[in-house]
Design a protein around this ligand. Sequence first.
Ligand code: TYM
Length: 341
Amino acid sequence: MSEEIKTTQTPEKKKRIFSAIQPSGTITLGNYIGALRNWVKLQDDYECIFAVADLHAITVRQDPKIFKKNILEAYALFLACGIDTSKSMFFIQSHVHTHAELAWILNCYTQFGELSRMTQFKDKSSKHADNVNAGLFTYPSLMAADILLYQADLVPIGADQKQHLELARNIADRFNGIYGKTFTVPDGYIPKVGARIRSLQDPTKKMSKSDENVNSWVAILDKPETIMKKFKRAVTDSESRVCVGEGKDGINNLIGIMSAVTGKTAESITAEFEGKGYGDFKTAVGEAVVEEVRPIQERFEQYINDKAYLEEQYRKGAEFALNISRRTLDKAMKKIGYLPK
Ligand code: TYM
């Protein structure tokens, strides 16, 4: 699994990238630093295919009106972050029926034991004990279908998705082993900085939108004053030196965030804040994040108010995606022995 994003490659044939994010209503700084921001950087050097993973989102109960709004807002927000539909294919997962179809097929090549080992399933099923549905359990097969349908070489993700990606690789290997080469076995692309942004309230845990404590996460669309307040309340430790160290999870996390948004190294951040307290540092991190998201928020307002443009873009994306993914689905079905349509 590759740990770094390289932005140059040979000109002959661009490698293909696939990635997706769920439209949860709250796209966090973790999603942005761990994934979205890297998608934007990769667009010139790779053939990129991105999706709003709305089929994945119903593994937890959704209110129809809010869900619909969240899907469109996620699409607009990713555009605002810099996804450029003249360079990348960008669509909404539920608009491309091949995803659900290949997911069913891959379910039949995925073992119960493999799915039972997924830590995210264990976490989510304990959080939503009243709704441990089959979709929550088989979710990694749908994610494998998303990736394998496009014969993706690389999948840029945060560290929390590594286990799912490894399962996708195993499923591809297994299928190829039975029927001959059908799917490209994808590699993960996990950034060196920011692969696991942590909760601001409990830095031993990842920053997650499903955390009930709203002060634990920062949303890209949070107001500047809210962002500042959340950073000022961030949990740190009893020392006072701004440096990376053991037992300093809170400060390590803030240094990671600062480093990701400013491009400064941890050493230069430590030098800059020598002799200053945590209060100054937390304010500076908050300000850096506010500056990073300000232009995104402005562009988001423009996109979300132009429904016709959004519709045109996601329709175009779905059409392209269907054309590519249909070929892989047909190939897989033929190998299994299904009659051609
Ligand atoms: P999701 O929607 O939970 O998260 C989207 C992306 O954000 C990354 N991420 C983080 N990175 C760093 N720090 C964090 N605290 C943090 N939280 C989230 C995730 O690693 C992910 O890259 N199943 C996927 C969506 C998906 C997908 C796919 C991804 C569906 N199909 C195919 C890749 C390929 C998910 O729920 O991610």
